[in-house]
Design a protein around this ligand. Structure first.
Ligand SMILES: Nc1ncnc2c1ncn2[C@@H]1O[C@H](COP(=O)(O)OP(=O)(O)OP(=O)(O)O)[C@@H](O)[C@H]1O
Length: 509
Protein backbone atom coordinates (compact mmCIF):
# COMPACT_ATOMS: atom_id res chain seq x y z
CA UNK A 1 0.00 0.00 0.00
CA UNK A 2 2.78 2.45 0.92
CA UNK A 3 4.61 2.21 -2.45
CA UNK A 4 1.43 2.76 -4.44
CA UNK A 5 0.61 5.76 -2.26
CA UNK A 6 4.03 7.27 -2.98
CA UNK A 7 3.60 6.75 -6.74
CA UNK A 8 0.15 8.29 -6.64
CA UNK A 9 1.59 11.21 -4.65
CA UNK A 10 4.20 12.04 -7.31
CA UNK A 11 1.60 11.76 -10.14
CA UNK A 12 -0.65 14.05 -8.15
CA UNK A 13 2.13 16.64 -7.81
CA UNK A 14 2.63 16.56 -11.60
CA UNK A 15 -1.04 17.13 -12.28
CA UNK A 16 -1.09 20.00 -9.81
CA UNK A 17 1.68 21.69 -11.78
CA UNK A 18 -0.29 21.34 -15.03
CA UNK A 19 -3.38 22.76 -13.32
CA UNK A 20 -1.46 25.80 -12.04
CA UNK A 21 -0.25 26.49 -15.61
CA UNK A 22 -3.79 26.20 -17.04
CA UNK A 23 -5.13 28.65 -14.43
CA UNK A 24 -2.87 31.41 -15.77
CA UNK A 25 -4.39 31.34 -19.30
CA UNK A 26 -8.16 30.81 -18.83
CA UNK A 27 -10.91 33.22 -17.57
CA UNK A 28 -12.04 33.09 -13.90
CA UNK A 29 -15.51 31.47 -14.47
CA UNK A 30 -14.00 28.75 -16.59
CA UNK A 31 -11.33 28.16 -14.02
CA UNK A 32 -13.94 27.84 -11.28
CA UNK A 33 -15.90 25.24 -13.25
CA UNK A 34 -12.70 23.48 -14.06
CA UNK A 35 -11.70 23.57 -10.41
CA UNK A 36 -14.94 21.86 -9.40
CA UNK A 37 -14.49 19.12 -12.00
CA UNK A 38 -10.87 18.80 -11.03
CA UNK A 39 -11.76 18.15 -7.36
CA UNK A 40 -14.12 15.38 -8.42
CA UNK A 41 -11.50 13.77 -10.62
CA UNK A 42 -8.91 14.23 -7.92
CA UNK A 43 -11.14 12.60 -5.26
CA UNK A 44 -11.85 9.73 -7.61
CA UNK A 45 -8.20 9.00 -8.41
CA UNK A 46 -6.52 10.15 -5.21
CA UNK A 47 -9.00 10.16 -2.31
CA UNK A 48 -6.31 10.62 0.32
CA UNK A 49 -5.76 13.15 3.10
CA UNK A 50 -2.41 13.95 4.68
CA UNK A 51 -1.67 15.22 8.17
CA UNK A 52 1.76 16.41 9.24
CA UNK A 53 2.85 16.22 12.86
CA UNK A 54 6.04 18.14 13.65
CA UNK A 55 8.38 17.38 16.52
CA UNK A 56 8.26 21.03 17.57
CA UNK A 57 5.26 23.28 17.48
CA UNK A 58 5.54 27.00 18.29
CA UNK A 59 9.02 26.40 19.68
CA UNK A 60 7.84 23.75 22.13
CA UNK A 61 8.11 19.98 21.97
CA UNK A 62 4.93 18.60 20.45
CA UNK A 63 3.52 16.05 22.88
CA UNK A 64 1.67 14.07 20.23
CA UNK A 65 4.87 13.63 18.20
CA UNK A 66 6.61 11.81 21.07
CA UNK A 67 3.55 9.59 21.66
CA UNK A 68 3.40 8.74 17.94
CA UNK A 69 7.11 7.95 18.08
CA UNK A 70 6.59 5.44 20.91
CA UNK A 71 3.46 3.97 19.34
CA UNK A 72 5.01 3.46 15.91
CA UNK A 73 8.24 2.19 17.45
CA UNK A 74 6.37 -0.67 19.10
CA UNK A 75 4.35 -1.32 15.91
CA UNK A 76 7.50 -1.30 13.80
CA UNK A 77 8.96 -4.29 15.66
CA UNK A 78 5.83 -6.35 15.08
CA UNK A 79 5.47 -5.18 11.47
CA UNK A 80 8.03 -5.52 8.70
CA UNK A 81 9.67 -2.09 8.91
CA UNK A 82 13.36 -2.34 8.06
CA UNK A 83 14.83 1.04 8.93
CA UNK A 84 14.67 1.44 12.68
CA UNK A 85 16.46 3.53 15.31
CA UNK A 86 17.22 2.61 18.91
CA UNK A 87 17.71 5.13 21.72
CA UNK A 88 18.06 4.95 25.49
CA UNK A 89 17.50 7.89 27.74
CA UNK A 90 18.69 8.30 31.34
CA UNK A 91 15.17 7.99 32.66
CA UNK A 92 14.06 4.96 30.71
CA UNK A 93 14.72 1.39 31.73
CA UNK A 94 14.63 -0.13 28.25
CA UNK A 95 15.58 0.75 24.70
CA UNK A 96 13.16 2.88 22.70
CA UNK A 97 12.73 1.77 19.09
CA UNK A 98 11.46 4.23 16.49
CA UNK A 99 11.21 4.52 12.70
CA UNK A 100 14.29 5.81 10.94
CA UNK A 101 14.11 8.68 8.48
CA UNK A 102 12.18 7.90 5.31
CA UNK A 103 10.77 4.62 6.63
CA UNK A 104 7.06 3.97 6.10
CA UNK A 105 4.71 1.79 8.06
CA UNK A 106 1.03 0.91 7.74
CA UNK A 107 -1.38 0.62 10.61
CA UNK A 108 -4.98 -0.52 10.92
CA UNK A 109 -7.65 0.76 13.27
CA UNK A 110 -11.36 -0.07 13.19
CA UNK A 111 -11.04 -1.46 9.68
CA UNK A 112 -9.36 1.68 8.31
CA UNK A 113 -5.83 1.69 6.93
CA UNK A 114 -3.26 4.36 7.73
CA UNK A 115 0.15 5.04 6.33
CA UNK A 116 2.87 6.72 8.41
CA UNK A 117 6.11 8.13 7.12
CA UNK A 118 8.97 9.59 9.09
CA UNK A 119 10.98 12.35 7.45
CA UNK A 120 13.18 15.26 8.35
CA UNK A 121 14.21 18.52 6.71
CA UNK A 122 17.64 20.06 7.31
CA UNK A 123 17.40 23.59 8.67
CA UNK A 124 19.70 26.40 7.70
CA UNK A 125 20.97 28.70 10.48
CA UNK A 126 18.37 31.37 9.87
CA UNK A 127 15.46 29.28 8.60
CA UNK A 128 13.63 29.33 11.86
CA UNK A 129 13.23 31.97 14.50
CA UNK A 130 13.64 29.58 17.41
CA UNK A 131 16.48 27.44 16.05
CA UNK A 132 20.12 28.32 15.87
CA UNK A 133 23.24 26.40 14.98
CA UNK A 134 25.00 27.96 17.94
CA UNK A 135 22.70 26.39 20.49
CA UNK A 136 23.43 22.77 21.29
CA UNK A 137 19.99 22.13 22.75
CA UNK A 138 18.12 23.13 19.57
CA UNK A 139 17.94 20.61 16.73
CA UNK A 140 19.40 21.36 13.29
CA UNK A 141 16.67 19.47 11.49
CA UNK A 142 12.92 19.55 11.46
CA UNK A 143 11.54 16.09 12.13
CA UNK A 144 7.97 15.20 11.25
CA UNK A 145 5.56 12.34 10.77
CA UNK A 146 3.17 12.31 7.81
CA UNK A 147 -0.08 10.42 8.20
CA UNK A 148 -1.94 9.49 4.99
CA UNK A 149 -5.43 8.01 4.97
CA UNK A 150 -8.53 7.75 2.83
CA UNK A 151 -10.79 10.75 3.23
CA UNK A 152 -13.77 8.53 4.04
CA UNK A 153 -11.93 7.71 7.31
CA UNK A 154 -11.59 11.36 8.31
CA UNK A 155 -13.97 10.97 11.27
CA UNK A 156 -12.20 7.90 12.60
CA UNK A 157 -8.91 9.78 12.56
CA UNK A 158 -10.05 12.91 14.36
CA UNK A 159 -12.61 11.13 16.56
CA UNK A 160 -10.74 8.09 17.77
CA UNK A 161 -7.52 7.12 16.03
CA UNK A 162 -5.36 10.01 17.24
CA UNK A 163 -6.70 9.59 20.79
CA UNK A 164 -5.94 5.90 20.58
CA UNK A 165 -2.35 6.65 19.59
CA UNK A 166 -1.97 9.18 22.40
CA UNK A 167 -3.21 6.66 24.98
CA UNK A 168 -1.09 3.81 23.66
CA UNK A 169 2.00 5.99 23.30
CA UNK A 170 1.57 7.30 26.85
CA UNK A 171 1.22 3.75 28.18
CA UNK A 172 4.37 2.62 26.35
CA UNK A 173 6.35 5.58 27.67
CA UNK A 174 5.05 4.91 31.19
CA UNK A 175 6.03 1.25 30.93
CA UNK A 176 9.53 2.12 29.76
CA UNK A 177 10.30 4.82 32.30
CA UNK A 178 12.43 4.21 35.39
CA UNK A 179 10.42 3.84 38.58
CA UNK A 180 11.09 6.42 41.29
CA UNK A 181 10.81 6.56 45.03
CA UNK A 182 10.14 9.99 46.52
CA UNK A 183 10.68 11.20 50.05
CA UNK A 184 9.52 14.33 51.82
CA UNK A 185 12.09 13.84 54.55
CA UNK A 186 14.57 16.10 52.81
CA UNK A 187 16.90 18.81 54.01
CA UNK A 188 16.04 22.48 53.66
CA UNK A 189 18.56 22.82 50.81
CA UNK A 190 16.48 20.62 48.55
CA UNK A 191 13.48 22.77 49.15
CA UNK A 192 15.32 26.04 48.59
CA UNK A 193 17.02 24.88 45.43
CA UNK A 194 13.57 24.51 43.96
CA UNK A 195 13.34 20.74 43.80
CA UNK A 196 9.84 20.90 45.26
CA UNK A 197 8.72 19.20 48.44
CA UNK A 198 9.77 15.70 47.36
CA UNK A 199 13.18 14.41 46.37
CA UNK A 200 13.55 11.21 44.43
CA UNK A 201 15.89 8.40 43.49
CA UNK A 202 15.45 5.45 41.15
CA UNK A 203 13.45 2.63 42.68
CA UNK A 204 15.16 -0.70 42.09
CA UNK A 205 13.76 -3.09 44.70
CA UNK A 206 13.81 -6.72 43.52
CA UNK A 207 10.74 -7.87 45.52
CA UNK A 208 7.89 -9.41 43.53
CA UNK A 209 4.78 -11.36 44.44
CA UNK A 210 6.67 -14.52 43.43
CA UNK A 211 9.32 -13.92 46.07
CA UNK A 212 6.88 -12.76 48.74
CA UNK A 213 6.30 -15.45 51.35
CA UNK A 214 2.69 -15.61 52.47
CA UNK A 215 -0.44 -17.70 52.23
CA UNK A 216 -1.02 -18.27 48.47
CA UNK A 217 -4.78 -17.70 48.73
CA UNK A 218 -4.26 -14.35 50.42
CA UNK A 219 -1.64 -13.45 47.84
CA UNK A 220 -3.99 -14.27 44.95
CA UNK A 221 -6.73 -12.19 46.59
CA UNK A 222 -4.41 -9.17 46.80
CA UNK A 223 -3.21 -9.56 43.21
CA UNK A 224 -6.81 -9.79 41.95
CA UNK A 225 -7.70 -6.68 43.91
CA UNK A 226 -4.78 -4.79 42.36
CA UNK A 227 -5.71 -5.91 38.86
CA UNK A 228 -9.33 -4.84 39.36
CA UNK A 229 -8.13 -1.47 40.67
CA UNK A 230 -5.67 -0.78 37.87
CA UNK A 231 -8.26 -1.64 35.23
CA UNK A 232 -11.05 0.16 37.05
CA UNK A 233 -11.00 3.55 35.32
CA UNK A 234 -14.48 3.16 33.81
CA UNK A 235 -15.89 1.49 36.92
CA UNK A 236 -14.74 4.26 39.25
CA UNK A 237 -16.09 6.96 36.97
CA UNK A 238 -19.40 5.06 36.63
CA UNK A 239 -19.92 4.85 40.39
CA UNK A 240 -18.69 8.42 40.90
CA UNK A 241 -15.75 7.53 43.14
CA UNK A 242 -12.23 8.96 42.97
CA UNK A 243 -9.93 6.35 41.41
CA UNK A 244 -7.89 5.42 44.48
CA UNK A 245 -7.61 2.56 46.93
CA UNK A 246 -6.29 2.20 50.47
CA UNK A 247 -4.47 -0.78 51.94
CA UNK A 248 -3.65 -1.28 55.61
CA UNK A 249 -0.75 -3.67 56.17
CA UNK A 250 -0.48 -4.80 59.76
CA UNK A 251 1.49 -7.42 61.62
CA UNK A 252 4.57 -7.98 63.77
CA UNK A 253 8.01 -6.69 62.72
CA UNK A 254 9.78 -8.57 59.95
CA UNK A 255 6.68 -10.13 58.43
CA UNK A 256 7.10 -8.42 55.05
CA UNK A 257 5.05 -5.23 55.11
CA UNK A 258 7.70 -3.13 53.39
CA UNK A 259 8.48 -6.01 51.06
CA UNK A 260 4.79 -6.17 50.12
CA UNK A 261 4.83 -2.43 49.22
CA UNK A 262 7.81 -3.00 46.93
CA UNK A 263 6.08 -6.01 45.34
CA UNK A 264 2.92 -3.94 44.70
CA UNK A 265 4.95 -1.09 43.18
CA UNK A 266 6.81 -3.50 40.91
CA UNK A 267 3.63 -5.32 39.94
CA UNK A 268 1.82 -2.12 38.88
CA UNK A 269 4.95 -0.24 37.81
CA UNK A 270 3.91 2.69 40.02
CA UNK A 271 6.19 5.24 41.71
CA UNK A 272 6.32 5.36 45.50
CA UNK A 273 5.89 8.46 47.66
CA UNK A 274 7.26 7.63 51.10
CA UNK A 275 5.51 10.14 53.33
CA UNK A 276 7.22 10.88 56.63
CA UNK A 277 4.53 12.48 58.76
CA UNK A 278 6.96 13.73 61.40
CA UNK A 279 8.48 16.01 58.75
CA UNK A 280 5.11 17.59 57.91
CA UNK A 281 4.53 20.87 59.72
CA UNK A 282 0.79 21.19 59.45
CA UNK A 283 -2.33 20.27 57.47
CA UNK A 284 -1.60 22.73 54.70
CA UNK A 285 1.88 21.24 54.31
CA UNK A 286 0.26 17.85 53.92
CA UNK A 287 -2.09 19.22 51.27
CA UNK A 288 0.84 20.70 49.32
CA UNK A 289 2.64 17.37 49.39
CA UNK A 290 -0.44 15.65 48.08
CA UNK A 291 -0.75 18.14 45.24
CA UNK A 292 2.82 17.41 44.17
CA UNK A 293 2.26 13.68 43.78
CA UNK A 294 1.54 12.19 40.38
CA UNK A 295 -1.03 9.69 39.16
CA UNK A 296 -0.17 5.98 39.03
CA UNK A 297 1.62 6.14 42.34
CA UNK A 298 1.60 4.67 45.83
CA UNK A 299 1.63 6.98 48.84
CA UNK A 300 3.07 5.13 51.81
CA UNK A 301 2.95 6.03 55.49
CA UNK A 302 5.00 3.45 57.36
CA UNK A 303 4.47 2.74 61.05
CA UNK A 304 1.57 5.16 61.17
CA UNK A 305 0.99 4.45 64.86
CA UNK A 306 4.48 5.78 65.70
CA UNK A 307 4.57 8.65 63.20
CA UNK A 308 2.47 11.16 65.06
CA UNK A 309 0.13 11.28 68.03
CA UNK A 310 -3.15 11.36 66.21
CA UNK A 311 -5.08 9.20 68.63
CA UNK A 312 -4.27 10.70 72.04
CA UNK A 313 -5.63 14.14 71.26
CA UNK A 314 -8.72 12.67 69.72
CA UNK A 315 -9.41 10.38 72.67
CA UNK A 316 -9.04 13.23 75.17
CA UNK A 317 -11.43 15.30 73.14
CA UNK A 318 -13.92 12.44 72.98
CA UNK A 319 -13.80 12.18 76.75
CA UNK A 320 -14.53 15.90 77.14
CA UNK A 321 -17.40 15.76 74.70
CA UNK A 322 -18.83 12.66 76.33
CA UNK A 323 -19.08 14.57 79.59
CA UNK A 324 -21.30 17.18 77.99
CA UNK A 325 -23.41 14.90 75.80
CA UNK A 326 -26.21 12.91 77.33
CA UNK A 327 -25.46 9.34 78.36
CA UNK A 328 -26.18 6.52 75.94
CA UNK A 329 -25.93 8.79 72.97
CA UNK A 330 -23.47 7.02 70.67
CA UNK A 331 -20.93 9.35 69.19
CA UNK A 332 -19.93 8.77 65.62
CA UNK A 333 -16.16 8.79 65.72
CA UNK A 334 -16.08 10.33 62.27
CA UNK A 335 -18.64 13.03 62.97
CA UNK A 336 -18.48 16.27 61.09
CA UNK A 337 -18.69 18.40 64.24
CA UNK A 338 -15.56 16.79 65.54
CA UNK A 339 -13.80 17.41 62.26
CA UNK A 340 -14.92 21.03 62.21
CA UNK A 341 -13.75 21.59 65.77
CA UNK A 342 -10.48 19.93 65.05
CA UNK A 343 -9.86 21.94 61.91
CA UNK A 344 -10.60 25.22 63.68
CA UNK A 345 -8.22 24.18 66.40
CA UNK A 346 -5.68 23.25 63.79
CA UNK A 347 -5.89 26.64 62.15
CA UNK A 348 -5.20 28.19 65.51
CA UNK A 349 -2.34 25.95 66.50
CA UNK A 350 -0.96 25.28 62.96
CA UNK A 351 -0.46 21.55 63.46
CA UNK A 352 -0.97 18.33 61.64
CA UNK A 353 -4.12 16.70 62.92
CA UNK A 354 -6.20 13.61 62.38
CA UNK A 355 -8.77 15.56 60.38
CA UNK A 356 -5.94 16.85 58.14
CA UNK A 357 -4.87 13.28 57.53
CA UNK A 358 -8.44 12.12 56.89
CA UNK A 359 -8.82 14.91 54.35
CA UNK A 360 -5.53 13.90 52.80
CA UNK A 361 -6.87 10.39 52.25
CA UNK A 362 -10.34 11.10 50.98
CA UNK A 363 -11.09 14.79 51.12
CA UNK A 364 -11.88 16.80 48.01
CA UNK A 365 -8.16 17.43 47.37
CA UNK A 366 -7.39 13.74 47.30
CA UNK A 367 -8.98 13.66 43.84
CA UNK A 368 -6.25 15.92 42.36
CA UNK A 369 -4.65 12.85 40.75
CA UNK A 370 -5.89 9.55 39.45
CA UNK A 371 -5.05 5.90 39.93
CA UNK A 372 -3.46 6.28 43.33
CA UNK A 373 -2.93 3.80 46.12
CA UNK A 374 -2.48 4.77 49.77
CA UNK A 375 -0.79 2.28 52.09
CA UNK A 376 -0.45 2.47 55.87
CA UNK A 377 1.69 0.01 57.77
CA UNK A 378 1.59 -0.67 61.48
CA UNK A 379 2.69 -3.21 64.05
CA UNK A 380 -0.32 -2.32 66.23
CA UNK A 381 -3.60 -2.10 64.36
CA UNK A 382 -5.49 -1.73 67.65
CA UNK A 383 -3.68 1.55 68.41
CA UNK A 384 -5.11 3.28 65.34
CA UNK A 385 -8.16 5.47 65.36
CA UNK A 386 -11.08 3.53 63.81
CA UNK A 387 -11.91 6.51 61.58
CA UNK A 388 -8.49 6.32 59.98
CA UNK A 389 -8.78 2.72 58.91
CA UNK A 390 -12.47 2.30 58.25
CA UNK A 391 -13.47 0.69 54.93
CA UNK A 392 -13.59 3.32 52.23
CA UNK A 393 -10.38 4.83 53.55
CA UNK A 394 -8.40 1.65 54.03
CA UNK A 395 -10.38 -0.61 51.70
CA UNK A 396 -8.41 -3.76 52.34
CA UNK A 397 -6.86 -4.79 55.67
CA UNK A 398 -4.02 -7.21 55.05
CA UNK A 399 -2.53 -9.13 57.93
CA UNK A 400 1.12 -10.02 57.49
CA UNK A 401 1.60 -12.91 59.86
CA UNK A 402 4.32 -15.15 61.22
CA UNK A 403 5.89 -17.66 58.88
CA UNK A 404 3.82 -20.82 58.40
CA UNK A 405 4.59 -23.75 56.15
CA UNK A 406 3.20 -22.26 52.89
CA UNK A 407 5.29 -19.12 53.36
CA UNK A 408 8.33 -21.23 54.31
CA UNK A 409 8.03 -23.12 50.99
CA UNK A 410 8.37 -19.82 49.09
CA UNK A 411 11.37 -18.73 51.15
CA UNK A 412 13.21 -22.04 50.86
CA UNK A 413 12.63 -22.02 47.09
CA UNK A 414 13.98 -18.44 46.89
CA UNK A 415 16.98 -18.91 49.12
CA UNK A 416 18.02 -22.55 48.60
CA UNK A 417 16.16 -23.48 45.41
CA UNK A 418 14.61 -26.46 47.21
CA UNK A 419 11.10 -27.79 46.64
CA UNK A 420 11.30 -30.91 48.80
CA UNK A 421 13.58 -32.19 51.54
CA UNK A 422 13.35 -34.83 54.24
CA UNK A 423 13.53 -32.13 56.94
CA UNK A 424 10.51 -30.24 55.61
CA UNK A 425 8.01 -32.30 57.63
CA UNK A 426 9.79 -31.56 60.90
CA UNK A 427 9.99 -27.84 60.00
CA UNK A 428 6.28 -27.83 59.14
CA UNK A 429 5.39 -29.19 62.59
CA UNK A 430 7.58 -26.64 64.34
CA UNK A 431 6.28 -23.69 62.29
CA UNK A 432 2.71 -24.54 63.32
CA UNK A 433 3.73 -24.30 66.98
CA UNK A 434 6.27 -21.46 66.94
CA UNK A 435 5.78 -17.83 65.91
CA UNK A 436 8.82 -16.85 63.86
CA UNK A 437 8.80 -13.97 61.37
CA UNK A 438 9.62 -14.65 57.70
CA UNK A 439 12.55 -12.25 58.21
CA UNK A 440 14.07 -14.54 60.88
CA UNK A 441 13.35 -17.69 58.87
CA UNK A 442 14.97 -16.10 55.80
CA UNK A 443 18.03 -15.20 57.86
CA UNK A 444 18.60 -18.90 58.67
CA UNK A 445 18.12 -19.91 55.06
CA UNK A 446 20.88 -17.63 53.78
CA UNK A 447 23.99 -19.45 52.65
CA UNK A 448 26.60 -17.63 54.67
CA UNK A 449 29.75 -19.29 53.43
CA UNK A 450 30.84 -21.48 50.55
CA UNK A 451 31.21 -24.62 52.67
CA UNK A 452 27.63 -24.46 54.06
CA UNK A 453 24.97 -26.27 52.05
CA UNK A 454 21.16 -26.41 52.27
CA UNK A 455 21.31 -29.16 54.90
CA UNK A 456 23.25 -26.90 57.30
CA UNK A 457 20.77 -24.05 56.76
CA UNK A 458 17.78 -26.31 57.47
CA UNK A 459 19.47 -27.76 60.55
CA UNK A 460 20.17 -24.25 61.82
CA UNK A 461 16.56 -23.31 61.25
CA UNK A 462 15.29 -26.37 63.13
CA UNK A 463 17.65 -25.54 66.00
CA UNK A 464 16.39 -21.93 66.10
CA UNK A 465 12.75 -23.05 65.98
CA UNK A 466 13.31 -25.50 68.85
CA UNK A 467 14.96 -22.79 70.94
CA UNK A 468 12.13 -20.37 70.15
CA UNK A 469 9.61 -23.07 71.19
CA UNK A 470 11.44 -23.65 74.47
CA UNK A 471 11.53 -19.93 75.17
CA UNK A 472 7.85 -19.54 74.30
CA UNK A 473 6.93 -22.42 76.66
CA UNK A 474 9.04 -20.91 79.42
CA UNK A 475 7.51 -17.45 78.86
CA UNK A 476 3.98 -18.83 78.88
CA UNK A 477 4.70 -20.80 82.12
CA UNK A 478 6.09 -17.65 83.72
CA UNK A 479 3.17 -15.53 82.62
CA UNK A 480 0.72 -18.18 83.88
CA UNK A 481 2.57 -18.20 87.21
CA UNK A 482 2.45 -14.40 87.34
CA UNK A 483 -1.27 -14.41 86.57
CA UNK A 484 -1.83 -17.00 89.31
CA UNK A 485 0.11 -14.91 91.82
CA UNK A 486 -1.83 -11.79 90.81
CA UNK A 487 -5.19 -13.50 91.23
CA UNK A 488 -4.07 -14.82 94.67
CA UNK A 489 -3.09 -11.27 95.65
CA UNK A 490 -6.47 -9.94 94.50
CA UNK A 491 -8.29 -12.70 96.41
CA UNK A 492 -6.29 -11.97 99.60
CA UNK A 493 -6.88 -8.24 99.24
CA UNK A 494 -10.63 -8.62 98.70
CA UNK A 495 -10.95 -11.03 101.68
CA UNK A 496 -9.06 -8.50 103.84
CA UNK A 497 -11.26 -5.69 102.56
CA UNK A 498 -14.46 -7.63 103.25
CA UNK A 499 -13.25 -8.47 106.77
CA UNK A 500 -12.45 -4.81 107.53
CA UNK A 501 -15.76 -3.74 106.01
CA UNK A 502 -17.58 -6.28 108.29
CA UNK A 503 -15.71 -4.93 111.33
CA UNK A 504 -16.71 -1.37 110.47
CA UNK A 505 -20.33 -2.43 110.09
CA UNK A 506 -20.22 -4.17 113.52
CA UNK A 507 -18.76 -1.06 115.14
CA UNK A 508 -21.43 1.16 113.62
CA UNK A 509 -24.15 -1.10 114.97
N1 LIG B 1 6.77 -12.27 53.74
C1 LIG B 1 8.04 -12.15 53.34
N2 LIG B 1 8.44 -12.64 52.16
C2 LIG B 1 9.71 -12.54 51.76
N3 LIG B 1 10.67 -11.93 52.48
C3 LIG B 1 10.33 -11.43 53.66
C4 LIG B 1 9.00 -11.50 54.15
N4 LIG B 1 8.95 -10.92 55.35
C5 LIG B 1 10.18 -10.48 55.60
N5 LIG B 1 11.01 -10.78 54.61
C6 LIG B 1 12.45 -10.47 54.56
O1 LIG B 1 12.77 -9.80 55.77
C7 LIG B 1 13.26 -8.48 55.56
C8 LIG B 1 12.49 -7.50 56.43
O2 LIG B 1 11.13 -7.48 56.02
P1 LIG B 1 10.23 -6.18 55.95
O3 LIG B 1 11.06 -4.97 56.16
O4 LIG B 1 9.41 -6.23 54.72
O5 LIG B 1 9.32 -6.40 57.23
P2 LIG B 1 8.30 -5.39 57.89
O6 LIG B 1 7.09 -6.17 58.23
O7 LIG B 1 8.12 -4.20 57.05
O8 LIG B 1 9.06 -5.02 59.22
P3 LIG B 1 8.82 -3.74 60.18
O9 LIG B 1 7.45 -3.86 60.77
O10 LIG B 1 9.89 -3.88 61.21
O11 LIG B 1 9.00 -2.52 59.33
C9 LIG B 1 13.05 -8.18 54.09
O12 LIG B 1 14.19 -7.60 53.56
C10 LIG B 1 12.80 -9.52 53.44
O13 LIG B 1 13.99 -9.99 52.86
Amino acid sequence: MTTSLTELGSKYAGLMFIWATIQQFFPYALCKRFDYLWRRVENYFYPYVQITIDEFSNGKRNEIYSHINSYLGTKSIKKDAKLLKVEKSKNSKSFAVSLDEGEEITDEFQGAKFSWRNYSVKLSDDSSGHRSSRSNSVPMEKKSYKLTFNQRDREIVTGKYLNHIMEEGKAIQFQNRKQKIYSNNCSEDWYWYGKGMWRDINFEHPATFDTLAMDPKKKAEIINDLIAFSKGKDYYSKVGKAWKRGYLLYGPPGTGKSTMIAAIANYLNYDIYDLELTSVKDNSGLKKLLMETTSKSIIVIEDIDCSIDLTGKRKKKKKKENETTSEGQEEDSDSSTEKEKESTENKESGKLTLSGLLNFIDGIWSACGQERIIIFTTNHKDKLDPALIRRGRMDMHIEMSYCRYEAFKVLVKNYLNLETHTLFQQIQGLLEEVDMSPCDVAEHLMLKNASGGPQICLDNLIQALKEAKKKANKDSKESKEKAKQNSMKIKKFSAKFLRSFGNVQKLLK
